[in-house]
Design a protein around this ligand. Structure first.
Ligand code: ACO
Length: 405
């Protein structure tokens, strides 16, 4: 019933749980999810309250340090992040060494891992000073890195960070601004992006976070561990889903296929096609983040004049309606997840499709850092080393190549 089988291995009891559907890998005080009730809380605070009233920078503080900051602690953190936003100048040539059409997630993963080579005095996770500096450096440099990758892909000159401007605001300016010109920022867009980043900031032991913890359990430095998380996030079943959703909506729109026809293909599992942005390992009722994102998609698209996006929003809503009244989806408890509507918002903001998953990575960064730090500080920490149930050949003996059939 539970999908867990127990086997007696040579060294004692071994449980086999593919996909870890019933296996907890750690205890954690960071994020609470009740999948049946559709509840998500960071450090006890409901996601709806944080999305409405907080900022991404404040949520990052909350996740990493455990409490909402007072004014002074918050400003101290912001100042430290602002001071470190510049990337080492050599990084420019690092970015140009990849094909400009290369996927941003691949470049981001390499860039994050590469930070370890510039900041060798921040690599020891057990030294509180080094761990703290690595935390700040990652938070500070990730937006600059992502905007550099986005600019290079379209051949625009890279813009340096402006320490006087806010975290999300400056990320938008570096990504969309022009040299020597002031960038007219739309506060509603800043707010919408800030809120989307909050929604992505942590999600307990998901695939990328578990990866960060597993890599870090060997005492690998924070950059190596977060880079591995970026790799895990790139897959279409995880963070890559936001990009896959938009490609799916594009395909439905350009092919002229009806949403009902597409849903039929999904149900028939034709070529393994899935309704991207639907389903979740833990949420079996609804994803509370999806409800907030759907509302934002309406607001942002009506504000920015979605154009093509408006039609895609219609298709997305139609798909949702068809799916939610279809027994295939209802019986499997498949509902829209956070990624179903985010791509439409990112597109309306001007982000190219390939940049969607790096935006997810930027949002998830505080969660990865918080979880890494909790893992390192856990007195019960041991190197992560799952067991297996071997089902290969029994002992056999080497045969010379000329004798093999
Ligand atoms: N479309 C169609 N059918 C689906 C979908 C989907 N999106 N998701 C699950 N199913 C079906 C499966 O085919 C399976 O049915 P079956 O028993 O007839 O074969 C059943 O639902 C259970 O699916 P699993 O793959 O076993 O569910 P799991 O918990 O392992 O996977 C996952 C969860 C990966 C999110 C899955 O629902 C999926 O692939 N969704 C689409 C990709 C996506 O949106 N990912 C983003 C996840 S959220 C995030 O990372 C922020």
């Amino acid at each position: 019933g539970l999908g867990v089988s127990k086997l007696l291995g040579a060294t004692g009891l071994v449980t086999l749980d593919p996909g870890f559907t019933n296996t907890a890998s750690c205890t954690s005080e960071i994020t609470y999810i009740d999948g049946a009730a559709g509840i998500l809380r960071y450090r006890g605070y409901p996601i709806e309250e944080l999305a409405k009233s907080s900022t991404f920078a404040e949520v990052a503080y909350l996740l990493i340090y455990g409490e909402l900051p007072d004014q002074e602690s918050f400003e101290r953190m912001e100042r430290r992040i602002s001071r470190h936003r510049l990337l080492h100048e050599d990084f420019r040539s690092f970015f140009t060494s990849f094909p400009s059409s290369g996927h941003p997630m691949a470049i981001l993963q390499a860039g994050i891992a590469g930070l370890a080579t510039y900041y060798e005095d921040t690599l020891n996770p057990h030294d509180p000073y080094e761990r703290e500096l690595a935390t700040i450096l990652l938070l500070a440099k990730m937006p600059t890195m992502i905007s550099y990758i986005a600019r290079r892909a379209i051949g625009l000159p890279l813009l340096y960070p402006d320490p006087k401007s806010g975290y999300v605001e400056d990320f938008l300016r570096m990504t969309f601004g022009m040299p020597y010109q002031s960038y007219d920022i739309d506060p509603a867009v800043v707010r919408a992006l800030d809120m989307l980043l909050i929604l992505h900031a942590d999600h307990e032991q998901n695939c990328s976070t578990s990866t960060v913890r597993l890599v870090g359990s060997s005492d690998a430095n924070m950059y190596a561990s977060v880079a591995a998380g970026v790799g895990a996030l790139s897959g279409p079943l995880h963070g890559g889903a936001n990009e896959a959703v938009l490609r799916m909506l594009d395909m439905i729109q350009t092919s002229g296929m009806s949403t009902a026809e597409f849903v039929r293909k999904v149900k028939d599992k034709e070529d393994g096609v899935r309704l991207m942005g639907f389903g979740h390992r833990v949420y079996k009722n609804y994803d509370p983040r999806a409800a907030i994102v759907k509302e934002t998609a309406h607001d942002v698209l009506s504000r920015l004049g979605g154009g093509e996006g408006d039609r895609k929003l219609d298709i997305a809503m139609e798909l949702e309606e068809v799916a939610l009244s279809d027994d295939y989806f209802v019986s499997r408890k498949l509902y829209p997840n956070v990624d179903f509507y985010t791509g439409l918002i990112y597109q309306a903001m001007g982000f190219p499709t390939k940049m969607f998953t790096p935006l997810f990575a930027l949002g998830r960064l505080p969660g990865w850092i918080a979880q890494y730090r909790e893992m390192i500080a856990d007195p019960a920490k041991r190197i992560g080393r799952p067991r297996q149930v071997y089902n290969g050949s029994t002992e056999r003996h080497y045969v010379a190549m000329h004798r093999r059939q």
